[in-house]
Design a protein around this ligand. Structure first.
Ligand code: GLU
Length: 406
């Protein structure tokens, strides 16, 4: 099993070998400022008490309050949260928003909880963390398996405890609870702007065939966006199964199918196959939009896609990066490709602090400008340093964090 934090440190080492950084900064940046572990008691529907383990890692706040989502997953642990928090610090610097990096989580399979149990767990996480988060301290958000509804419960709980009802403590809330227009689709939308800005440099045709791993928030909206823009989505997976159709999948009908059956399997007109094999589909663009460590030393040579855009965090290990690089398969790294989510989160925070509500068009216009500008800047930097996009994105982010730490 790959330890995601070790992978993150290995990425750091590989990038910082390319250009000179201050020695003390390099020593410091590999360590989180603070790691918090809490026990969350939850009364279950049958009257029993269950204890859950919750986390918040506050990695670096030189550029602004810690920022990053909260993940509810059965395999989540402190090492994973630490890696995700580090990537958040870099990600916020890549898109140049005034935020640092943090991440949270709970070890739980939320699909096994009732709605009431999920609410009590969510409120319990916030109760345990209320001292360490806040609009100017640390601003959480959604991540894997956490929804706008969960953000609303947490925001409400924070308001009850502290009296701060601005909502600016947490982002990704429903619209009626202070959420921003466009936040739900922002991760995929940001990735799409990056794709459009870099498509030619990635050597991709005007109309691409696309395979997507994961059909959660990021994967579903990505499928919809690429499909609506005239590209052909030929394969999609969720955690249970995958489906393929070389003539293209009707994404709107698939979203409906997933909603009603909770699975992509057995979608009419497509062939159902093994979930993990979606990675090896022949296509122009592969979009991993699930979890970390999906493409590793053991399977990177089986990838047939011409380019990869990481909507998930950490889906490719450093060893796999090397194999893909040698094969000539460019990778648009997570800290650039999926930064649209945290960017619109930051717009939400800003709107809450100012008591404003921006229209969807204004949100996407601002998002587009940021994503295009930073994508081009990183691609230029990669060329100048004669390296891949991940190392270039790390260098750009680290320079910005180093500057702030001075
Ligand atoms: N969880 C998302 C990420 O990994 C969004 C974080 C946020 O909006 O703060 O980027």
């Amino acid at each position: 099993m790959n330890n995601p934090f070790e992978n993150a440190l290995s990425q750091l080492k590989r990038a910082t070998a390319l250009t000179s950084f201050d020695e003390k900064f390099l020593k410091r940046i590999g360590h989180p400022n603070r790691q918090i572990r809490v026990s969350i008691p939850v009364e279950m529907d049958d009257g029993r008490l269950n204890m859950f383990e919750g986390y918040r890692v506050q990695f670096n706040n030189a550029r602004g309050p810690y920022k990053g989502g909260i993940r509810f997953h059965q395999d989540t642990d402190i090492e994973e949260v630490k890696a995700l928090a580090f990537w958040m610090a870099l990600k916020c610097a890549v898109v140049n928003i005034p935020m640092g990096g943090g991440k949270g989580g709970v070890t739980v399979n939320p699909k096994e909880l009732s709605k009431g149990e999920l609410e009590r767990l969510s409120r319990g996480w916030m109760r345990a963390m209320a001292d360490v988060v806040g609009p100017q301290k640390d601003v959480p958000a959604p991540d894997v398996n956490t929804t706008p509804q969960i953000m609303q419960w947490m925001s409400d709980e924070f308001g009850k405890i502290t009296g701060d009802t601005s909502g600016a403590v947490i982002t990704g809330k429903p619209l009626e609870a202070g959420g921003s227009e466009g936040r739900g689709t922002a991760t995929a939308q940001g990735g799409f702007y990056v794709f459009e800005a870099l498509r030619k440099r990635l050597g991709l045709p005007e109309t691409c065939t696309v395979a997507i791993q994961g059909f959660g928030n990021a994967g579903q909206f990505a499928a919809k966006l690429w499909h609506e823009a005239g590209h052909k989505v030929v394969a999609v997976s969720d955690s249970q199964s995958a489906i393929r159709n070389s003539a293209g999948i009707d994404i709107l009908a698939l979203i409906e199918h997933k909603r009603s059956t909770r699975s992509v399997a057995d979608f009419a007109g497509a062939e159902t196959f093994t979930s993990d094999d979606v990675l090896y589909e022949p296509c122009d663009l592969l979009i991993p939009a699930a979890l970390e460590n999906q493409i590793h030393e053991g399977n990177a040579d089986r990838i047939q896609a011409k380019a990869i855009l990481e909507l998930a965090n950490g889906p490719i290990t450093p060893e796999a990066d090397d194999i893909l690089h040698a094969k000539g398969t460019p990778v648009v790294p997570d800290i650039l490709a999926n930064a649209g989510g945290v960017t619109v989160s930051t717009f939400e925070w800003e709107q809450n602090l100012k008591g404003e509500h921006w229209g969807e068009e204004a949100v996407f216009e601002r998002l587009k400008q940021i994503m295009e500008r930073e994508a081009v800047l990183i691609a230029d930097r990669a060329k100048e340093l004669n390296t891949d996009l991940r190392r270039a994105a790390f260098v750009v982010a680290l320079e910005r964090i180093q500057e702030a730490m001075k």
